[in-house]
Design a protein around this ligand. Structure first.
Ligand code: ZN
Length: 397
């Protein structure tokens, strides 16, 4: 039995009362003021003494200023960690910036000050209504209260839990072509359509964006329209996220090996032509698929994307075609099938060849085109947090 643990984040919608909403917003405002104060202290100390304050010194600055002690300490630590990250990584990380109210989105409780029952009891807001749409298994470590741009509040819990036992998946191998007409086509002929309810929300978004552009600058209605638009953006992100998670679960429960094109290489080859709105969804999907793979007992491999849509999956002949030709017609062997299906079969074949080669040649040769990624499990609407930095981004957005 393995004793390994993993950290998972759960995000639940909060329904604070009007009074609680005011109080949370006040605490966020206070956090923003303290953040900016600490940051100016950091800068002036550095200008005078060529060094930054210590964690302890910063923590003194937030003491007894009206924030719950733990939340204040976390804020000080978050700032000094960001400063240190900048020093350590040089150019890679940005220096922390002054924030305005809308940029201060979260209050973090690293250990104490909250308990979760029917409602979420948290200092100093008392009991807040919460929608727990799934059960938390494991030990709750931290709580973040987060305000999204739409004005909605969420509670994010990080939870330490046992790593699940690995399963063995006895499904087939499949190649997968991600596309525009369909979200994906699998080499066994399965077509996965783009979620059509997304269109409805995108239309609504366009409608309100047009409306916003007609509103007077600085008017009350303009602010209202902004909030409405932020809400629709959030809705679209949720619908898309749901779709990506459900699709990944479906695929991982049916196939033991999933081969995909390495999109980084493909993007370079396409020289950014044909880059489209789906790119973000694709790379997110690949991440979800990769980190869920291990616990599903499946493997995800990436293959060289060169000519996957031109090459004939039956005879290897190169068949030139424009983006608009939907059918692959091979004059050499007579194969006539959907172009994306042809591509997905090529992708599957490449994963097989690559595997065979990688067994014969132990090193280097295949690393560029064949990479296997797979890590932890995760349910719908929760995220496994592999690294501290990613956890930070997930929580603070
Ligand atoms: Zn052919």
């Amino acid at each position: 039995m393995s004793e390994e643990k993993q950290i998972r984040a759960y995000k639940f919608r909060l329904y604070p009362s009007k009074k609680q909403t005011e109080l949370i917003n006040y605490q966020l405002w206070l956090s923003k003021e303290l953040w900016n104060h600490m940051l100016s202290v950091c800068k002036s100390k550095y200008n005078k003494e060529k060094k930054f304050p210590t964690k302890k010194e910063l923590r003194e600055l937030v003491k007894n200023k009206g924030l719950f002690s733990q939340v204040g300490q976390e804020l000080a630590d978050r700032l000094i960690d960001a400063v240190n990250r900048k020093i350590k990584l040089k150019k890679k990380a940005g220096f922390p910036r002054f924030k305005n109210f809308s940029q201060m989105k979260s209050l973090v409780y690293p250990q104490f000050g909250f308990s979760l029952g029917e409602k979420l009891k948290v200092t100093p807001f008392d009991e807040i209504s919460i929608k727990k749409h799934r059960e938390i298994k494991g030990e709750i470590k931290t709580l973040t209260i987060k305000r999204e741009s739409s004005g909605k509040f969420y509670a994010i819990f990080t939870v330490k839990e046992e790593k699940q036992q690995l399963k063995i998946n006895s499904g087939n191998a499949a190649g997968m072509d991600l596309g525009l007409m369909n979200f994906a086509v699998l080499s066994d002929g399965t077509f996965i359509r783009n979620p059509h309810h997304l269109k409805k929300w995108e239309k609504r978004l366009a409608f309100f964006q047009r409306k916003l552009s007609r509103k007077q600058k600085r008017g009350r209605n303009r602010i209202k329209a902004r909030i409405k638009i932020a809400g629709i953006h959030e809705k679209i992100a949720n619908v898309r996220n749901d779709f990506l998670h459900k699709t990944a679960n479906m695929i991982l429960s049916n196939y033991s090996l999933i081969a995909l094109e390495n999109l980084e290489i493909r993007d370079m080859a396409m020289n950014n032509h044909g880059k489209n709105i789906n790119d973000a969804a694709w790379s997110k999907f690949m991440n979800i698929l990769s980190y869920k793979a291990e616990s599903a007992g499946s493997r995800v491999v990436f293959v060289n994307p060169k000519n996957t849509s031109k090459e004939c999956s039956s005879c290897g002949n190169i068949v030139q075609k424009s983006l608009f030709e939907r059918i692959h017609n091979c004059k050499n062997c007579g194969l006539s099938i959907d172009r994306d299906l042809n591509a997905s079969i090529n992708i599957l074949n490449r994963s097989r060849n690559a595997q065979r080669i990688s067994r014969d040649l132990p090193d280097k040769a295949n690393r560029a085109t064949l990479g296997s990624r797979g890590s932890n499990a995760c349910g719908d609407r929760t995220e496994v947090l592999p690294m501290k930095q990613e956890a930070h981004e997930f929580i603070h957005g």
